[in-house]
Ligand binder design. Structure first.
Ligand code: GLP
Length: 245
């Protein structure tokens, strides 16, 4: 893993957007894996600005999102589908047919998950996967205890995740208890991975996944074995790292 520590969240976003931009410029039909949550928002803003300045064409890019809450329809304001349109897709020239995200309303979850995996394979696999990290070290919605060889599946959300994500909902009780997520192994198979973490509340998870053992208790720790992962942190998120980077 390559670890980059930036002074501020703003600098982190610029660096992350630069990496995404260069990947699209090198391969206009890039297969891009995207994430939701607060962390990638700044990077998405940067990408929108670069696109508006005429410097980035998304017309051939394919996007596969990491996860979706079970039971939220695509037009639910807290669904990750809605999030993606509101925060990125409505402002770039993505071909909507090239945007994929798990369907939180699917009637046959197992079949859906298998087909989602197949779609990724058919597209040639994910070239660049953007990730955030949960306070409990999860990537996607792969909570502590999820097998490291897992593929796209239905998962139960951890209490800490429900609490963290309740800030986007009116009441904590409104946060769905289940989600569909790309598996740990599916994420690991991306050719290049870019993980972003910002703020002191991520410092513990960051230190554990970078410097601790590889364990299903911290699903991001699998990235220690990945051949091409870049982690961009701001100084607050890097606070508990012991090594020099
Ligand atoms: C959710 C998402 C993750 C995200 C995490 C952290 O659980 N499923 O993909 O990385 O939240 O979110 P935030 O960036 O808001 O801290």
């Amino acid at each position: 893993m390559k670890i980059l520590i930036k002074k501020t969240y703003e600098e982190l976003n610029k660096e992350a957007a630069k990496i995404v931009k260069e990947a699209i410029q090198a391969k206009p039909n890039l297969v891009l894996g995207l994430a939701t949550g607060g962390t990638p928002l700044g990077c998405y803003q940067e990408l929108i600005q670069i696109h508006k300045a005429g410097k980035l064409d998304f017309s051939k890019v394919a996007i596969f999102n990491l996860d979706e809450y079970l039971g939220l329809s695509t037009d639910h304001p807290q669904s990750y589908n809605y999030f993606m349109y509101e925060n990125l897709l409505d402002y770039i020239n993505i071909n909507r047919e090239n945007f994929h995200i798990p369907d939180g309303m699917t009637k046959n979850i197992e079949k859906f998950c298998q087909e989602y995996e197949e779609k990724i394979q058919k597209a040639g696999g994910i070239d660049l996967q953007l990730l955030g990290i949960g306070r409990d070290g999860h990537v996607g919605f792969n909570e502590p205890g999820t097998p490291l060889d897992s593929r796209t599946q239905l998962v139960k959300l951890a209490e800490s995740t429900i609490k963290d994500n309740s800030r986007f909902f009116e009441r904590k009780e409104d946060v769905p208890r289940f989600a569909i997520t790309l598996g740990v192994q599916t994420i690991f198979e991306a050719k290049k991975i870019l993980l972003l973490a910002s703020g002191e509340n991520k410092a513990d998870a960051v230190a554990k996944f970078i410097e601790g053992p590889i364990t299903p208790q911290i699903t991001a720790s699998i990235l220690q074995k990945h051949p091409d992962t870049i982690v961009i942190l701001d100084e607050a998120a890097a606070l508990k790292l012991k090594g020099k980077y």
